[in-house]
Write a protein that binds this ligand. Sequence first.
Ligand code: ATP
Length: 282
Amino acid sequence: MSDVVNPAPDQAQRSREPVISVRDVTVSFGSQTVLDKLCLDIFPGEILGFIGPSGSGKSVLMRTILGLNRKASGEIRIFGRNIDNVTETEKMAIDMRMGVLFQHGALFSSLNVLENIQVPMREYLDLSPKLMDELARLKIDLVGLTPDTAEKFPSELSGGMIKRAALARALALDPDVVFLDEPTSGLDPIGAAEFDDLIANLRDTMGLTVYMVTHDLDSLFAVCDRIAVLGKKRVLVEGTIEDMLTVDDPWVKSYFRGKRARQIDPAAPTRRRAETGPRQAG
Ligand SMILES: Nc1ncnc2c1ncn2[C@@H]1O[C@H](COP(=O)(O)OP(=O)(O)OP(=O)(O)O)[C@@H](O)[C@H]1O
């Protein structure tokens, strides 16, 4: 990829500190360097879509930000704090403000939905069982599941319900940021569109910041404010959907303007923003 597009952040972004700032981060597994001096900012209240070829390191970056992969060098600041210089207690406080929906939902099969949602509560909080039940039922309602889902086990749920239950668990501690790893994969187009709407609604009502790894073009067009493209071990292109449509890089071009993208109306994001108004949060 030769074309690098890093448009200046808009006025609203410039006036706000990034929630997460990744600087010159390098991650290797043995002799394989997956990320090489990668830089990325995530701003409060935005839905950032993170894309790139399969195996390019999208999940690795997410896991590295979450502290699940070790980085060889570089700096990651979360909520203004350098994560290499925080105490265990501070790290825990940071972790509590970040929810994660892993690829395929990753619910515990031996726990019902209510118990799954309570896992982070048990790990981080000291609440009575009654209060945890009440909070978990609120999350079930928040993600659009019916109350009877609480007692169901993952094997009894549809793919869409599993995603929603996993989202409810990611929201268990009322985080400021949620990380979604391919949240609409495996869903039919209607289910995927409904899930996108849910994410946009939660961002609008709760002021969530959303980091979404996705291959879903529809999601990118429907809900993402900004897109970052991973390639050659770095973020090579970032900007709005409109910016992506003008990028002269072969992979980005074929992704956004190839055969599968032809049906997409380039005016849709502009129309959506006009309909919903500017999104300010955080
Ligand atoms: N724990 C690990 N140990 C060794 N190699 C790893 C590990 N985790 C990831 N990798 C390697 O890092 C590279 C990037 O993987 P990653 O899962 O981040 O790709 P991705 O962009 O998310 O791909 P996809 O879109 O297919 O999910 C791959 O070559 C993968 O094999």
